[in-house]
Design a protein around this ligand. Sequence first.
Ligand code: ADP
Ligand code: MG
Length: 696
Amino acid sequence: MIIKSENRTVTLGDLKGVGPKVSEKLNSLGINSPIDLLFHLPFRYQDRTRIRPIRSLRPRDYGVIEGTIVSADVTTGRRRTLLVNITDSSGSINIRLFHFNKMQEQNFAVDKRIQCFGEVRFGVNGFEMVHPEYVFPASSNNNLIEQHLTPIYPSTEGVQQNLLRKIISQALDLFRTGLLSLDDLLPEFISNQWQLPSLAEAIPQLHQPSNLDEVSALLNFTHPAQTRLALEELLAHHLSLRKLRLSIQQYAAPVLTAAPELLTAFMQNLPFELTAAQQRVIAEIQTDVAKPHPMLRLVQGDVGSGKTIVAMAAALQAIHNGWQVAFMAPTEMLAEQHFQNCDEWTQALGIKTGWLSGKLKGKLRKQELENLFSGETQLLVGTHALFQDEVQYHRLGLIIIDEQHRFGVHQRLALKEKGLQNIVPHQVVMTATPIPRTLAMTAYADLDLSIIDELPKGRQAIDTVVIADNRRSEVIERIDKACKAGKQAYWVCPLIEESEVLNCQAAEKTASDLRELLPDIAIGLVHGRLKSDEKSRIMAAFKQGEISLLVATTVIEVGVDVPNASLMIIENAERLGLSQLHQLRGRVGRGSIKSSCVLLYHGKLSQNGRERLGIMRRSNDGFEIAEKDLELRGPGELLGTRQTGLIHLRLADLSRDKHLIPKVEEIAAEICKNYPNRIEPLINRWLKQKIQYGNV
Ligand code: ADP
Ligand code: MG
């Protein structure tokens, strides 16, 4: 097949309803041409094809109802409200309006027929719809019923769904008449084998679904047209990461030979033996970095599996060969802790470790940068400040990134550019958020994977209980006992609002309440707004055992390691993701003492909330928890894509469509082998502006 170039002679401006303003808004949605409109796919559908019996509605359903008005009253409580009760032969429901004028009020006359479309919620007086769309069919000849499912598109302020539908429908017309053309980039045998529609069939089906029988498939995203496009999108992502990986493989990297003596000396200073899993992963890295091409390896290991030691072993190998190592952590607090450990370990070996963070200023900073540039500093530990422009390395050979899920592809690339000219450093990235394997293969297809699947000997499972926060006093008693018996505890006040200030205030308040209730216990407080030396001072005091109870925001989420701490209280646990809870809980159970975790929840737990916290109670296995989290919350949370934009999928959903992923790999291999000229068009179609390739 000859690949035609996708037709771009028709422009957005040629479409009705698209002036400069709308055009700009469309651009902000990633739509720059009519072809892009065809690929601007609905992320859900509304079913307005039928009238639903009121009784059949459940909370969170969207649906059309039709009935008779029983009552319409204006109530003047906290907020002036128009409350209208409607019945059909099956049941009754309220609609609630907060904004209404006199005319509207009069329109809702008792005994009048009304049709409404909206979301059903569980209100004070039973089910209700707040501000639904409504019409009075008898008087207006209007009707909310539509022939087809209504597509709902990703949009932005100022672009109404109706407008989007109108514009997209014009693009579809151009497509039907042949003025716009699309290349079908999936080899035919795949569509045949899977009985999937062609692209030309699938696109209109998704925008303007026609067959009423397919409603439930479309609503559940199991329709063949959806599968067709999700498969193609996942394929495009996979190909782009594969390309990224190949492009990196073309560069030279330092050849790092093994350093058995240095490694032995290091391990002799440790108070424990490495686990078999740690040894295996160290060996995997050892072999990889001895090759002349850059290693890109993801080390996955559950909380407490001992990843830091593995990273250190890799660092020593680089240093032994005369190269520098950059070790980056996502938070100041974790970076600082790594620095302290590394500094102690390396001093014993005669190696110089340096420290850099955004907060390091003035003379100290200048000195640090000089030491780095001259090569005196062999290992540099710090935050993302490590890859700021002004930071120049003498001979950077290895980059270690801890808690990978906090960083995106772009940051990985930026650090890579810190190497010598034409020499790309090796990279080890570590994550304690165990990512389900299928997900890892898609999100990190550019990385090799090592898994530390074993915890150090003697670790005991953490007992977890779920308790309503009106039983706080029992929990406080328990802390009192534990601390008096020489144990240490954390009390975590997680994000309540999207405001750091408020969160820190909440933590401050909790700390002062606890100080009052537990006058004999030494209580410390850390949160994001403390100065960094103040934070370090408190963490050190906690580590030394001078503080028994540490009240904290989620700043302690990653990495913090105080083995004597054995009790963890997490407030408002129902608001956190499971993987995050697992991370937080992983702050205890790090020594050989039996540890426990109390998850406090506020108010009444929803069904979903109960299920989620139940998983925490039953499982200590980060992988199992991550799988469940993926099911219940979706991959965005897991990968931290919110912050990083790591994977941005339009139609596919890594959780829902995970059964497609093994297929995607197969197809990708097939395409690379037999259809290499389709790789670029596929990537361009789905990822356009997303990934910059390693242009080192
Ligand atoms: P994580 O994988 O969560 O980053 P760390 O590297 O912080 O784990 O290690 C957790 C704790 O376990 C640290 O106190 C570390 O010194 C200790 N540790 C690491 N490896 C072992 C081992 N093989 N045996 C016993 N303790 C270990
Ligand atoms: Mg760690």
